[in-house]
Design a protein around this ligand. Structure first.
Ligand code: AVJ
Length: 360
């Protein structure tokens, strides 16, 4: 059942066994506008680009899950191995709190935390997956309720880069931002994102962020050039998304997958490169785009971090690092943060009374 609860917000309830799955959708009607605007901007820029959030339609999400299981793609299994280690400590006392996952996708990793919480803590904690894909949020919530019938789940369909203020505020929160998704943002963007999260946090809230660390070029480049070509298919699939969302006529065979480590920027960059001259029509935008043979569309940055680059980003956001967890090789880091008390005393609306609350 779908009903409008407020302008632009819909409440979707569907059933999973005896339980209702509640999903608040703040994205209704936005996606089409956003992708039209972003494609228009990106495909007319000097260096053409498409924002990487458009990888994740139903097929793209499936391909991404496949990537996560590839032997070359080390981040997922490395992060999972750390999560398994630290989950008992993180979740031992986690009751009466909300566990918010930003960019939750299929909600696979969160199971490690939910398992560690144990059944009795699970009855009082609430899991809040936040993702721009409504189908991902609904499917993940249903699966979770089947596996953990005692769990409370509130699905939120929203763009976490700009809609954090829609989250409930009654109980202490732990924000989880896993998978080094933060590495997809530009430097300024990730800084201001952390600032926004920190402004939305109270003193007893926590933020757990996954960071992929710099390591040998071979290891990093292999992870984005897997031998089965799944990453190439994932990359090209974004053209299919434009084909269906914007009535475009990209021929995927006219583009090649390209991924390499840019050392100066400390990031993997992914591109689609035209292997011939190409003319594409985007009917919904009433627009034609020309590609010269060899011309590229920039589709993703995936930043690789160092301890210092993480600290430099976290401190200006008013966050303090409480715990730093890594695998023995230092390939991946999970960083647990809270509000920096001194900054919080100066800036927190609750304490200093500067007016507005978390809705900034
Ligand atoms: C979603 C940020 C984890 O940058 O590694 C995987 C997605 N892109 N292969 C990453 C991705 C190509 C990705 N994250």
């Amino acid at each position: 059942m779908v009903m409008n609860v407020n302008s632009g917000i819909t409440l979707n309830t569907s059933e999973s066994g005896a339980r209702l799955v509640e999903t608040l959708n703040y994205m209704d009607g936005r996606y089409k506008n956003d992708i039209a605007r972003d494609a228009q901007q990106g495909l007319t820029a000097l260096q053409k680009y498409i924002p990487c959030k458009y990888f994740y339609d139903a097929h793209g999400s499936k391909l991404f899950e496949y990537i996560c299981r590839l032997p070359e793609y080390y981040p997922t299994r490395t992060e999972l191995s750390i999560l398994r280690e630290i989950a008992p400590e993180l979740m031992g006392t986690f009751a009466h709190k909300d566990l918010v996952e930003l960019g939750s996708g299929a909600s696979l990793k969160i199971r490690v935390l939910l398992n560690a919480a144990g059944e009795s803590n699970r009855t009082t904690l609430r899991y809040i997956p936040v993702d721009i894909s409504e189908s991902a949020v609904i499917e993940a919530s249903k699966d979770l309720l089947e596996q953990y019938p005692e769990l409370q789940v509130l699905g939120v369909v929203a763009d976490f880069t700009c809609q954090l203020d829609v989250l409930p505020t009654e109980r202490p929160l732990m924000f989880c931002f896993l998978g080094s998704t933060i590495g997809n943002m530009g430097g300024d963007e990730s800084m201001s994102f952390l600032q926004t999260v920190s402004k939305n946090m109270r003193l007893d809230d926590r933020l757990l962020v996954g960071f992929d660390m710099v390591k040998s070029r071979e290891t990093m480049e292999a992870a984005y050039n897997d031998s089965k070509g799944v990453t190439a298919e994932f990359n090209k699939n974004v053209l299919n998304v434009l084909n269906s969302e914007l009535k475009a006529n990209f021929d995927l065979s006219h583009f090649d997958h390209l991924a390499f480590f840019n050392e100066a920027e400390s990031r993997i960059e992914m591109y689609l490169r035209a292997n011939r001259d190409v003319l594409v029509k985007l009917e919904s935008l009433d627009m034609e785009v020309e590609f010269k043979k060899g011309e590229t569309i920039h589709t993703e940055n995936s930043k690789k971090f160092t301890k210092k680059s993480i600290e430099d980003m976290v401190k200006p956001a008013g966050l303090s690092i409480q715990n730093w967890y890594s695998d023995p090789d230092g390939w991946f880091s999970l960083v647990l943060m809270g509000l920096n008390h001194l900054d919080a005393l100066r800036c927190s609306p609750q304490i200093a009374g500067c007016g507005t609350s978390r809705y900034l």
